[in-house]
Design a protein around this ligand. Structure first.
Ligand code: ADP
Ligand code: NG1
Length: 543
């Protein structure tokens, strides 16, 4: 973010022009509240400016034109609340600094052309008005197609859509539980939306992206896309679903969150581990609903069941103990409990890539979900109430969460468990973050001990880990501070020129239509006067 001028010039989001332009004259205090993604002036210095320059070069080399704008969406680290979003329960993430940048320009061919600064990701092209997303093959560009498809389906515009050229640069470690995939979906959807002049609010974009990422075949719950759009700098968010709400929660002073990559990658779309857990939760919901005399076929999420029953989370935990035995249930036994056939179970309850599964651990999965959902609210309460033991209480909640994902949800990895064990002497608490089966751990560490802690992990884990060889320490082990959500970057010059051009054309059209003078025309002419003033000032300062 170094060198980024936080000037929101969002003209497409219902912000009045004069207000937006005033912000340009006073850049220091000009972060405007807008429900649409902010539109910022390109940074001129720092790492992001460097990445944008490299991205522009890639774009020009691939498409022989300049990018018209850049969209950007961050990854996230989830502090607590794992595998509960798709059950309808609240989560507690914050955006990380690492992000996906997309350089975008329109073309006249109706094609969607995609390339990447990383040459290991081969370029891809398709007709923007007619493409399929192949669920069988988890190709990198599928996530971009998801974002584009989301806006096509739900952005409120009719086809034909304008052709786009897109180049991607990302530094969120992929398949590591920091949501690189969702950052890619969100940045692409934002690029598609901005290129078509849409004024979609942040929460609308978050909801569209939560749904459209499912086109790759995974059935996530919307946490990653929500935080990627709704994050604000310096605070973590309590995210609730249905309806989507994000509440800022200040984290207690005196401690840092340190992220450590286990260097065991896990691509969710390449296997059925993730969806298997989603389905086990769905089956547990349906069995509990049937036992409570509710129409089980209409229930999908443990959270909806809790609401229908009007019970507290501890009461739901007791209900799990009363309903299930601690053993796995075969598919036939689940059918017996629901009084249904395997064919109907496949149809009503299971996704395509989980129909082959023959055994489901209903007790353990449901117990994890209700107890983890409870820990999220406890975590929020401790953050808000503070007190001398706050940091230790937060640490304990995180460690309990890890044990639950490891033993009940069985989504940890031996390398993650090693990192968590190594953390016990110096961190207040540590847990896997994201989907798991590899990926990252997040630890809460007293500020005074952060460097010692990192050194300890480096010496006892990374120096013995062949996958860490030659990798800069910061790329695998870093302190994380809550970053901002998605936004668009424009060159201020391009912004003014395109405004001038479109407004001037509108005035010319009005004159040629020979309409009566009206307030509308008057305000357009005032507006253009304003734009001309701006242009003159910019020419003077050489913007
Ligand atoms: P996570 O979202 O936890 O990082 P996923 O397995 O869901 O993990 O998604 C990772 C996939 O996202 C990668 O396999 C790749 O296809 C895609 N991806 C992530 N970052 C990039 C990038 N910078 N460029 C191209 N594709 C990327
Ligand atoms: P990551 O860590 O990005 O793979 C996945 C899901 C989340 C959530 C977490 C587990 C997607 C896009 N993301 O995240 O919704 O369920 O696992 O808490 O499916």
């Amino acid at each position: 973010m170094n060198g980024t001028q936080l000037v929101d010039v969002s003209r497409r989001c219902g912000t009045g022009m004069p207000e937006a332009f005033l912000s340009m004259w006073h850049p220091r205090n000009a972060v405007m509240s807008s429900k649409c993604p902010p539109v910022l002036h390109m940074p001129s210095m720092g790492e992001q400016a460097h990445r944008l320059a490299v991205l522009s070069e890639t774009f020009i080399a691939a498409f022989s034109q300049q990018p018209q704008f850049f969209s950007r969406a961050p990854g996230r680290v989830n502090l607590i609340g794992e595998h509960v979003d798709y059950c309808g329960f609240a989560v507690f993430p914050m955006a990380v600094e690492q992000d996906i940048l997309v350089a975008v320009a329109t073309n006249t061919t109706g094609m969607l052309n995609i390339c990447n600064v990383d040459p290991s990701h081969a370029p891809y092209s398709c007709d923007i008005n007619n493409f399929e997303i192949n669920k069988e093959r988890p190709s990198w560009y599928n996530y971009i197609l998801c974002g584009v498809r989301g806006i096509k389906d739900e952005g409120g515009m009719q086809s034909p859509f304008i052709g786009l050229n897109m180049a991607i640069s990302g530094n969120v470690p992929p398949s590591s539980g920091l949501s690189s995939s969702s950052a890619l979906v969100c940045a692409s959807a934002l690029g598609m939306s901005y290129a078509h002049g849409l004024s979609l609010a942040l929460d609308t974009l978050a909801e569209i992206c939560g749904r459209c990422e499912m086109h790759v075949g995974t059935q996530g719950g919307g946490m990653d896309q929500a935080i990627s759009f709704l994050a604000t700098k310096d605070t973590a968010k309590l995210i609730e679903f249905n309806p989507l709400r994000a509440t800022s929660v200040a984290l207690p002073h005196g401690a840092s969150f340190v992220v450590a990559n286990s260097l065991a990658p896990m691509n969710k779309a390449a296997n059925s581990y993730f969806n298997c857990r989603v389905m086990e939760c769905r089956l547990a919901t349906q069995v509990m609903a049937k036992r409570a005399g509710l129409p089980w076929r209409t229930f999908q999420k443990l959270g909806d069941l809790q609401q229908a029953l009007g019970k507290t989370l501890p009461q739901m935990i007791s209900m799990v103990e009363d309903t299930f035995e601690v053993r796995p249930y075969s598919k036939r036994q689940v059918c017996e409990l629901l009084n249904t056939t395997p064919e109907e179970l496949n149809q009503v309850s299971l996704s395509e890539n989980t129909r082959h599964i023959q055994e489901f651990k209903l007790h353990d999965r449901a117990l994890h979900v209700f107890s983890e959902a409870h820990r999220v609210w406890e975590f929020k309460k401790v953050c808000e109430e503070g007190g001398p033991y706050a940091l230790h209480q937060l640490g304990k909640l995180m460690s309990d969460s890890h044990r639950s994902t490891q033993l009940l949800y069985e989504c940890s990895h031996p390398k993650l468990d090693t990192l968590v064990e190594l953390s016990s002497s110096l961190a207040l608490g540590a847990r896997l973050t994201g989907a798991g089966w590899g990926g990252c751990m997040v630890a809460l560490v007293e500020e005074s001990k952060v460097e010692q802690y990192k050194e300890h992990l480096w010496k006892n884990f990374y120096s013995k880990e062949p996958a860490a060889e030659g990798r800069p320490r910061e790329s695998v082990l870093f302190s994380s501070h809550p970053g901002p959500g998605a936004y668009v970057f424009v060159k201020i010059w391009h912004l003014a020129m395109s405004e001038l051009q479109s407004e001037w054309l509108a005035v010319m059209r009005w004159i040629s239509n020979n309409r009566e003078a009206s307030g509308d025309a008057e305000s357009r002419i005032n507006h253009n006067g304003f734009l001309l003033d701006l242009l003159i000032v910019m020419l003077r300062v050489g913007a």
